[in-house]
Design a protein around this ligand. Structure first.
Ligand code: 5AD
Ligand code: SF4
Length: 440
């Protein structure tokens, strides 16, 4: 009889890729993926704890399984990732959900297979969350889910300790993968037909610093772009504090490298940036934007912005709003600050009431939406090269993205997923564009 797994993934691209590793481990054991969790005999929660609402959702979804677990004795439920890695969280989870079979953290995700095998041989649950990160483990099988794009970890962890952020606590210090390992993985992906590689790290600018052999992110970009074949290279995230001129030149050094940078600004007020421990001020950030646009005029910058950080005044917020109005971001992920236990900001006086933060984020979203709309309108009449990534059943249209990550829908009689195509933009609708395929 076929056995199926279902993975619930919460949070960022890093987690999406880590779920591909969990999927790889389960596939090696003969399990197949299902999109219907009621058919699954293994259900995994790959969790996120960056904001409280992510955690609340996960709690709710694990709770739903309690009833099923009573009758379905063979069902295996595993909970892992960032949320379980927090202090005392494994015990708390075990108490709240005694029916969970496996609890693991971020530091032993690669060893999920061992924990899974152990569970199959014993009745009691397997709980293993390591306190500290280990050496990087290579060679974990991966069942990729985002063809023609492939996620590639280049480093793990973060050393920055922004005062609001839980990530350094749950993902440990920065560890870079060896350049050769990354290049070998990319070569094999291109050989397998992948057309886009996204290099992942909390702060890709720091890549290589811990290797102590002179390897840098620029060296890595250079090595990956030397791989033969037509493909795109994307990368995220860049911390503005060390987004140097050298980095900009490295991005500009090869056509394969997308001229699209995710450069989270977080806030436009110098006072708040300092309290956030971001190591830059607004003038510095704006200088980085201007320098990038001078060196690479045809480039796009996306960002992350937070409102409601402790003590944020109306004036601070207006600084953020004003920065956004002036920056012409190609897109922005906007967040309401969420208190995270263990972080410096959690202990700060002057936490902002929810209604104030909600009002601010609505205003911020409206401003950025207007910018998105204007950018989309500017596309009309232009021909762009897109990489087709999927088919939308509802719209009955194919979809893909241009170099700057703008989504484009278009009609094609044949299946063109994984192909580079020229599309003429004829209509703009909010964030998405609609175009006509130009027959080559
Ligand atoms: N509250 C709200 N947003 C947060 N982020 C990180 N920590 C928090 C938090 N405590 C946002 C930042 C970061 C993005 C990945 O998530 O904007 O860049
Ligand atoms: Fe969190 Fe700051 Fe590290 Fe990003 S750079 S993961 S926001 S601590």
């Amino acid at each position: 009889m076929e056995k199926y797994y279902f993975i619930n993934t919460y949070g960022c691209q890093m987690n999406v890729h880590e779920s591909e590793k969990i999927a790889g481990i389960l596939s090696e054991r003969g399990y197949k993926e299902t999109k219907d969790d009621s058919k699954a005999s293994v259900i995994v929660f790959n969790t996120c704890c960056i904001r409280e609402n992510a955690e609340d959702k996960i709690y709710g979804n694990i709770g739903i399984l309690k009833k099923r677990k009573k009758t379905d004795k063979d069902l295996i439920i595993a909970v892992g990732g960032c949320m379980t890695q927090q202090n005392n969280m494994a015990e708390k989870l075990k108490k709240t959900f005694p029916f969970v079979d496996i609890i693991f953290g971020t530091h032993n995700l690669e060893e999920f297979g061992k924990l899974f095998d152990k569970k199959l041989t014993q009745k009691k649950s397997v709980i293993e969350v390591l306190e500290k990160e280990k050496e990087i483990i290579e060679g974990t099988p991966k069942k990729r889910t985002s063809f023609p794009n492939a996620w590639v970890n280049i480093m793990y962890g973060c050393n920055n300790f922004c005062t609001y952020c839980i990530v350094p606590f749950v993902r440990g210090r920065e560890r870079s993968r060896k350049l050769d390992e990354i290049v070998r993985e990319c070569e094999s992906l291109i050989k397998d037909g992948y057309k886009e590689i996204t290099l992942l790290g909390q702060n890709v600018n720091s890549y290589g610093k811990d290797l102590s052999n002179g390897t840098s992110f620029a060296t890595l970009l250079n090595a990956v772009s030397k791989i033969d074949g037509k493909f795109r290279i994307r990368f995220m995230t860049n911390h503005p504090k060390d987004f140097t001129d050298e980095m900009i030149h490295a991005i500009n050094s090869d056509d394969k490298i997308c001229k699209c940078v995710h450069l989270p600004v977080q806030a436009g007020s110098d006072r708040i940036l300092k309290l956030m421990n971001r190591h830059y001020d607004r003038a510095y950030y704006e200088d980085r934007l201007n320098t990038l646009r001078k060196i690479i005029p045809n480039s796009a910058v996306t960002t992350d912005i937070m409102v409601g950080f402790p003590t944020e005044t109306e004036e601070d917020f207006l600084d953020t709003l004003n920065l956004v109005k002036n920056s012409n971001f190609g897109g922005a992920f906007t967040f309401v600050y969420s208190r995270r236990t263990g972080t410096v900001a959690d202990k700060m006086e002057g936490q902002i009431p929810e209604d104030v933060a909600t009002k601010r984020i609505m205003e911020l979203i409206a401003v950025q939406n207007e910018i998105n709309r204007n950018q989309s309108l500017n596309y009309i009449g232009k021909t762009v090269e897109i990489l087709c990534e999927d088919y939308d059943d509802k719209k009955q249209l194919y979809l893909g993205r241009d170099e700057f990550n703008k989504m484009v829908y278009f009609f094609s009689e044949t299946n063109v997923i994984g192909e580079f195509l020229d599309v003429k933009i004829v209509k703009a609708g909010g964030m998405s564009l609609y175009g006509e395929l130009i027959k080559g």
